[in-house]
Design a binder for this molecule. Sequence first.
Ligand code: ZN
Length: 759
Amino acid sequence: MRYTIVGTDSPQKQIAMRSRGSWIRAFLPATLAAALWACAGPASSLVLVQQGKPSCTIIVPAEKNSIIQSAAEDLRDHLRKISGAEVPVVSNGREIKGVRIYVGVAPSGLKLPVDLTDRQLFWPDGYLIMTNGERLCLLSPRPEGVSNAVYGLLEDFLGCHWFTPGEIGMVTPRRSVVEVKIPGGYRVVRPSFEMRSPWYNGNAGARQTPEEATQMNLWRLRNRAGGMQGYAGQDWVSIFPKDLQEREPGLQAMINGKRAPHGSEAQICMSYPRAVEIAAGYFIGLFANHPTLDYYTFSANDNDSWCQCPDCVALGANPAERMMVFTNKVAAAVALKCPGKGITTLPYSSTIEPPVRDLKGESNLYPVLCSYSMEQVKPKTQENDWCNTYRRRVERWMELLPRAWSYDYIGWYPGPWTLFHKLEAEQEYYRKHRFTGMMPEYLDRNLGTDVHAWLSFRIAWDKNLRVGDLLSLFYPAYFGAAANDMRALYEKFEKQMLATGGTGEVMDVPRLYPIPLIEEALTRIASAKRKVATDATICARLERDENCLKLTRLWLDFWTSSASFRRSGTPEHKQRAAQSGLSYLQLLDSLDGTLTVGKAARGYVASSLEALNDPGTLFSKAGSFQYMDGLDDGGKSFQAKSRSGFSIGTYGLGLAPGATGEVVYDLRAGEGLKFKEARLVSMYFTLPLNGHNLVDLSVDEGRTWITVCRDTPMAGGTAEYELTKPIAGTRQFLLRFSIQNSEKEILGMDNWGIAGVVE
Ligand SMILES: [Zn+2]
């Protein structure tokens, strides 16, 4: 099937639904830019390690804090990696030797150059790093800020980098003398973005071992990800649960004229007078119990089933306007009782189209603006219908909102994602329009997605960093003598992807990653490996990328052979498809525990393999049955009794100008069974302008035909048609779809399905 530009079946929506519940809980807001101040004093230099021997002590607060403790221990581990020196971590003053590194605790009597309680200065998780005599102090109003100070010291002053997750992703310089020089004696560092939360979703992280998950979290932490503390998932159901709706029926959404209590599958009645009070009460309790939270989610449930009662409809001209009216009231009530705390809202799906009225969002609103249902590969700043629509929406929203966090979708395909340079153009666009955070969702891990996330971490922290400069740091530091080969390889994929574009559909894959390009890249990696043969770590990095490309190659084999089978239906093609699918799964599964690649594409291949053995339109088990076909590359249309006139296309069955297409299915109930009921579902069956279409059926093996519907457009993949009357009690019937086309080439059938009961 094909995805429409706006629709409930967009791939983004499906992905969001699949990954529901896996929104991360993000740490630590921002209209504030990364700021550095240095006072005009002398550059103080401190020697932490002398000839491989420690000449410093790390001091942590006596009252243990797990965030600060972990960061201090990681500082110790990095100093060991750099120099071999074993630096003690203590909280007791008597054990201190040499330079004192104060982590999250200020030495008594120390005069600070700035007020550490100044919220604006550090918002939300910035820090002060200063030298004073034989002391190095890493301080912040928040433990998360102290942790950021540790990694700021390691990265900005000592040259450590965490390009990709795990041990092999780290780059640590080696030297026997470790010296820190802070020009001016101190720096106050505030992140550019208040929310820095690139994250791999549950599909990308499927089958990860606990050890791998720990490594992924550590990688984010070291790269100073985080920001405001809170949660942004789609979760009205927690505030207005079903049992509350049962006790308070006014909360129940009216859908198709009926009110009923709902869970996450619908919204609530937003015009119910007590709804604002209930939500505000929920947030007041939540912020009282969790005082470290900065914000919490007021993002509606993940569906478009809004209350249709007259009072809700009167709230606004479209779903976004109604949602904003309601959300603003809740936000105002929260601001009154919980100063400094905020709530989210989610322009997405049916609420992506902005309000018509000039409804200004309350100042404590944290909107997450989704790159919903659009071009996902070419830059959003480009001129094309999808991107123009997206930017029109964003710019209208930003006339109303106090700020927003971007929500982009990354890593759509079972192939490389090296779209590094457009990141800068898009982030500049967001910043120009007053965005203060980013929370891109990575749909899968593959070659380049970690580097993309690393670039995102870096430019979210400091807007002054340039992608080009960061990549010039990355390639040689990470790939050593293979840097030029790998840069050329990454850039070739970037160029090919930008030239092709894509909206995240599976049929984009062969065009984005042509087989000759993959094979050329594999050859290049093989020769690059010879250049770095003596360095096991760089070899391991190259092998990670090599395995990703091998998987893409196998995936393309599977795609090609299963498409051949869908078109021909022959046993030879079926066997080839099964073999290539199994080869893909075998290689993928052999990489479990190696942090090489994500597992989102696994589900697609596994379910496509199962579909190879689909029993077709014979329903042999009593009970409900369903047969669905998206018809991509012909889909399962080879299972039809006959097919003529249609051409097989990427999205479904096409029809040339003037042609007549016909496809007939033979539907049978199994031994001793009869059809009880049936209906056509998920229909996308075109009525051509000046042409005709017809669905009819026969219960006497084609001698006579009964019309189901004639000259009826069935679009959107949602239309349903009742078949029960003519087929009830039969054991077998024929179903015929025919279209008589007029002057333009069309996509005749994009999707169809039948569901019912046999008994
Ligand atoms: Zn209502």
